[in-house]
Write a protein that binds this ligand. Sequence first.
Ligand SMILES: [Zn+2]
Length: 62
Amino acid sequence: MSDDTPVCPYCEHEEPDAWDIYFGCQLNGTVTITCGACGVEYLCTIVCTLNFYSRQKLEPKE
Ligand SMILES: [Zn+2]
């Protein structure tokens, strides 16, 4: 199961403030998260998706 927020496997509580966990994440990895609802630690695997957006450096002349 995957989601855009970590979900506690014990009580299914979603961690809405998990972006600080993602911050600085450059590789996929597993972190330990303490559930904000039931207080139990669980493992969460972060899967980072790399996206590229290309655009012209110079604005087109009108
Ligand atoms: Zn929980």
